[in-house]
Write a protein that binds this ligand. Sequence first.
Ligand code: ADP
Ligand code: MG
Length: 728
Amino acid sequence: MSELRFSVVEEAFKKKAADVVSPKERPSEYYAKYVFNKEKMFKYLDKKTYDALVSCIDNGAPLSRNIADKVADGMKTWAMELGVTHYTHWFQPLTEGTAEKHDAFVEHDGKGGMVEEFSGKLLVQQEPDASSFPNGGIRNTFEARGYSAWDPTSPAFIDGDTLCIPTIFIAYTGESLDYKAPLLKALDAVDKAATDVCKMFDPTVKKVFSYLGWEQEYFLIDEGLYAARPDLLMTGRTLMGHESAKNQQLEDHYFGAIPSRVAAFMKDLEIEAHKLGIPCKTRHNEVAPNQFELAPIFEEANLANDHNQLIMSLMKKIARNHGFRVLLHEKPFKGVNGSGKHNNWSLGTDTGVLLLGPGKTPEQNLQFVTFFVNVLMAVYKHNGLLKASISSATNAHRLGANEAPPAIVSIFLGKQMSEVLDAIVANPSGTAIEVSGKAGKKLDIIQIPELIIDNTDRNRTSPFAFTGNRFEFRAVGSSANCASAMIALNAAVADQLKDFKINVDKGIAAGKTMQVAIIDILKDYIKECTPIRFDGNGYSDEWKEEAAKRGLDCETSVPLIFDRYLSDSSIGMFTRTGVFSEVELNARNEVKWELYAKMIQIESRVLEDMSKNHIIPVATRYQTSLLENVTMMKDIFPDKYKELSSADMEIIEKIAFHSAQIKAGVQAMVNARKDANKLTLEREKAIAYHDKVAPFLDSIRYHIDKLELMVDNQIWPLPKYRELLFIR
Ligand code: ADP
Ligand code: MG
């Protein structure tokens, strides 16, 4: 065993940077090479088809079967020129990751040969045999099938020899079985509600887009070392491993020089991402050793989310060409920062105005404050739900761990916006607010000079922070599908904006001017949502107490946090906005609980195996060799025996103690698992796994990590943290 460890470590440390063949072209030349974007559409479709497709993409106009046939034909021609032979509907089931089933373009030609074919019918809709995807009981194989349906707003792309068509995945009865369908509904809801509000300020606004700019954190680890760790292989994280003497305490990794092997990987990844039209822009080291970040330029949320899904699979693929594995787990290593995925989110109009940033005119600033305050209200009302939207078995390791946001959703406003809001409330009703005043006229409150928003005033401990012209939802997990957070956030904001508009209309009907009606409501909202505002240290214990007093959701058990999806306020909000029906919410929660229990179950089984097969045998072997040593000492130095061997005896006893604790812990954990497995309701099972099984993962690990420090390094069977965490 030890030989394996030493050979893989040696191998890993000998690795050199792979040569990246830099393409001769510049990114601008190969950018989106593998994307069927408007440029390709224009080239490969006739004018009528092109116009119909663009109108479908931009305005949601329906597409006839005839046009779909022509689009399919154009796509096929383009793809075949690039060597493509297969196509797939690419969708995002409720497991993490994406799914695809490849079919070749070929069809019988009726003369004993084959022709390449791809019709509108195959483009638009398919029935993947997907009965094995989680569906929370909505669909079972005998009742109804699910189908995938083309999402023309996200362009088709090529992966290797396959044309990939982004699709939604729904049951025949209409319920969504994926992330994309509800995301599109939430984006539509926020578009409609926000457009109605925008029209009060600018009647020419026709559409509001929701934007997402994600920042993806990840770890890289040498492939050989990864393969020698069954826990990483099967659970994505290390279930054991004592902290390395040096890890991140010197804070020398963040923004430090990128090791050449890693730089080569990043370069390669960027080139491939650019070819897929993913606008990667930023890359740097993160806080922890071996931790890095990648961020593109923000895009419309649906496309941005597809791109995030795509980059996660692309990273995994390209890493392997460089002898690495990518870890997207939120907490691969204990005692070292975990990985998140900051979701920078904003709203913007088709007229080019970013609604969450200050504008140039008083009117624009009133509009900004209107959207700003409505976001605060939405997050306040649904803070428990938003937490649920980012909660998972894996993200639970990171949240509240003094490195990531706490498990309480609050908003960081910064000094300036806090002052603006406080001033609005302090201003007597109906006075001094003349938003429609002459151009250039200074107005009391709403006048926010363009540059005063200070983007550097950051608070890293906040899960939801205002950063100048957007909010940054920082609690999202690195492996998560961003759609989960984006569905909850956009739907909540849509519902809130609808409410706001109704209230403004009431004020106007009661004889107020529009501005006064708006300001009066904003005042009420600002007062009401005060509890969500928190600019202090989110890591402190005082905050936990304070947040509980304020009535914010402080639950930390993931299975119970999932209940927030089924609260009256969540069901009301999701049904009013048309994003989820109650049936869907119930079904999706079944899936969440089921996945939660399964993840803990797998971790527990892996820990059991590793304890029994890796750790205990090695500890016993070392213990035996110490015992032999003591026995011989006793024989040879009978007089001095006690004195000479007392330290050895101490270690022997400690090894015996920790080994016994591990064995007893494993037995108790197995029993807890058996009890949990008997429960038939998914919710109860998940709770049992959380309360009764998961605690053993920590307590057993404690003893294993102690043994790691005692047992002879030569025979320790697993690569250690100091070996895993430093790429050379
Ligand atoms: P950091 O938070 O690490 O300083 P950056 O300033 O590089 O990050 O930006 C992070 C992400 O925010 C990028 O993807 C960027 O494109 C995105 N972003 C910038 N402005 C907006 C916006 N108005 N809406 C959504 N995302 C945005
Ligand atoms: Mg950021």
